[in-house]
Ligand binder design. Structure first.
Ligand code: NAP
Length: 272
């Protein structure tokens, strides 16, 4: 598995998304993925599966330093006291001393972000998280965090795939050495029948999903966290390292219409 080096830290390029993975079947998916070599796991307080993830990790007996584990603070836990208490619960559930990355899951404009970040930096100082970051932050908000507040964040996790562009965020990420974690990198399956992705896949003997993931990880600062419940798809999604997209194929995917936003709850911020 290749990784991206961000601020001196190696992040495996393909992680396992765990939204909706719960219970015994979820744990089986985690177990399969870890045995295949997945070492980057993405969970969240909101997914209500941190306990299951913790169980699966414990049973896998992987050296802690070989794992890149992300969780996210729920939008109802952004007030500092709640944030600190909820993080203790997350660590207990995950059965780890620390996470590699702690994210604000969604921004809120009724809670001072400065205070939330201060609490997160306290957790970083205490070694409860190695890095802090944000998710679903449009460019103006990331700029507020990095430039106005001078906060040294590591990551912005956003929806990003072949049919949704994030080019301004990417430029900013390159300039500031931030990780962009592409969530819903397969647009929850909606891009898999795209004729261009299918056609390029046929050329390389790969599936459209593999082409979509390869296009993402060939970009600076970008890693992707596809979710799957199927062993063959899990395998497929990491089997993207025996080919490279030729420039014309890479740029043809760049040129696809980029307006398909899948994750857009009522509390979402104003997108770029
Ligand atoms: P996704 O990974 O884009 O798509 C998952 C869907 O694609 C599933 O239906 C899966 O079905 C299918 N799939 C996966 N691999 C496939 C393959 N090789 N061939 C064909 N189909 C395939 O969607 P997602 O779950 O929304 O996003 C991934 C992760 O991102 C989440 O689990 C979560 O960790 C994170 N996320 C974060 C946020 C946020 O607000 N920060 C929001 C959304 C998601 P099968 O199970 O049948 O394989």
């Amino acid at each position: 598995m290749n990784s991206k080096n961000i601020q001196g830290i190696e992040v495996p390029e393909i992680g396992l998304g765990t939204f909706k993975l719960i219970g015994a079947s979820g744990e089986q998916v985690l177990k399969s993925a870890l045995s295949m070599g997945y070492r980057h796991i993405d969970t969240a307080q909101d997914y209500q599966n941190e306990k299951m993830v913790g169980q699966a990790l414990k049973h896998a007996h992987i050296d802690r330093e070989d794992l890149f584990l992300t969780t996210k603070i729920d939008r109802f836990n952004l007030e500092p006291a709640r944030l600190l208490a909820s993080m203790e619960e997350s660590l207990l559930s995950l059965q780890v001393e620390y996470v590699d990355l702690l994210l604000i899951h969604w921004p809120r404009n009724d809670i001072q972000i400065k205070k939330t970040l201060e609490a997160m930096f306290t957790l970083k100082e205490q070694g409860r998280t190695l890095n802090i970051g944000v998710s679903n932050f449009p460019l103006a908000l990331v700029k507020e965090v990095v430039q106005d507040l001078g906060a040294q964040i590591f990551c912005n996790q956003v929806e990003y795939h072949a049919m949704l562009g994030q080019f301004d965020l990417l430029d900013f990420a390159v300039e500031n050495d931030l990780l962009i974690t592409a969530y819903s990198p397969l647009a929850q399956g909606h891009i898999l029948k795209n004729p261009l992705l299918v056609e390029i896949g046929e050329k390389y003997g790969k599936t459209s999903a593999q082409i979509a993931l390869r296009w993402l990880v060939e970009q600076e600062q970008v890693v992707a966290i596809p979710k799957s419940t199927s062993v063959s798809h899990l395998q497929e999604n990491i089997n993207i390292y025996d080919f490279e997209l030729q420039d014309d194929d890479f740029y043809a995917i760049d040129e696809l219409e980029k307006s398909l936003r899948i994750v857009n709850p009522p509390f979402a911020p104003k997108w770029d």
